[in-house]
Ligand binder design. Structure first.
Ligand code: G1P
Length: 297
């Protein structure tokens, strides 16, 4: 099968209830780390990996996402007129070429697997990527690019993976390991959100996938899984059961769980400290906060 990965699905239909009341009117994916929305990080990563077609699976209340990816001619003209060329450059870097983004609605909240299967007609018969924008991964080589490169060698289906503590495995899809060769893990099973104490390893699935059309076909036939939802993990595990290859890829980079408040705040601090124009002042402020806290203890 062809190994060029040019399409990516972004499941963005979630309600973001963990961030209420903010998410009452702002989609979670528009929330910003410093000054860029979560979704922009996901798009930038996809572009770096060679993705050309971007498929958003949305739901009610997500129209701000579509507006975000529209061009802003008035704003561009105003910045141009006032000579704000740096800002203009930043703004233009977010423009998407016409015809490269598609929006689909997931009409019922039936789970991640169901969201991905909503895009089946736009994927057709080629491998594709899935990016969960909640998982923000910072690193020199973007995570999906690392995976696309590895995938040229392995084929099959591939999921990003990293070690988590045994106490956390029940929040993730978890890999059952057959063998390991550097960053590539050969997988003999996968379980979505295993009950505490039953996980087959502590290698968790992180929100980057390279999948085959066969996985989409599996989504039509599998039963509902963990939480009564149609699980992407189960459709990938089905590949293993039918004798096809599935790999985990231990990416290099720092992952932030921006679906949780603590993870979102950690990412905010890390991304602020990575900015030349903010670093010094912000680091001083953090040191001061730390000192005040120490003194109070
Ligand atoms: C989803 C997947 C899970 C994966 C996780 C990574 O779960 O179902 O397999 O480990 O993303 O962030 P969710 O976080 O949506 O519950």
């Amino acid at each position: 099968m062809n190994r060029k990965v040019s399409k990516a699905i972004f499941p963005v239909a979630g309600l973001g209830t963990r961030f209420l009341p903010a998410t009452k009117s702002v989609p979670k994916e528009i929330m910003t780390l410093v000054d860029r929305p979560l979704i922009q990080y996901a798009i930038d990563e996809a572009r770096a990996a060679g993705i050309e077609d971007f498929i958003f699976v949305t739901s009610r209340g997500k129209s701000a996402l579509e507006d975000y990816f529209d061009c802003a001619p008035d704003l561009e003209a105003a910045l141009e007129a006032s000579g704000k060329t740096e800002l203009l450059k930043i703004l233009r870097s977010t423009n998407m070429e016409s015809g490269t983004i598609a929006y689909l609605r997931q009409h019922k909240a039936l789970g991640l697997g169901h969201a991905v299967s909503c895009a089946r007609k736009l994927i057709g018969d080629e491998p594709f990527a899935v990016i969960l924008p909640d998982d923000v991964i910072a690193g020199e080589t973007p995570c999906l690019q690392q995976m696309v490169e590895a995938y040229q060698e392995t084929g099959g289906a591939m999921v990003a993976t990293m070690e988590v503590s045994p106490a956390q495995t029940s929040s993730y899809g978890v890999l059952d390991i057959k063998s390991q060769d550097g960053p590539i893990v050969s997988v003999k099973g996968m379980v979505e959100k295993p009950a505490p104490g039953t996980a087959p390893s502590n290698l968790a699935v992180i929100g980057r996938y390279i999948l085959t059309p066969q996985v989409l076909a599996n989504l039509d036939t599998i039963e509902r899984g963990a939480g009564g939802e149609i699980q992407l993990t189960d459709a990938i595990a089905e590949e293993i059961r039918t004798g096809r290859d599935v790999f985990g890829y231990r990416f290099t980079g720092q992952r932030y769980d921006c679906g949780s408040k603590a993870g979102f705040l950690q990412a905010t601090v890390a991304f602020a400290l990575a900015r030349d124009e903010l670093r010094e002042e912000f680091a001083d402020f953090l040191a001061e906060m730390h000192a005040v806290r120490q003194a109070a203890q």
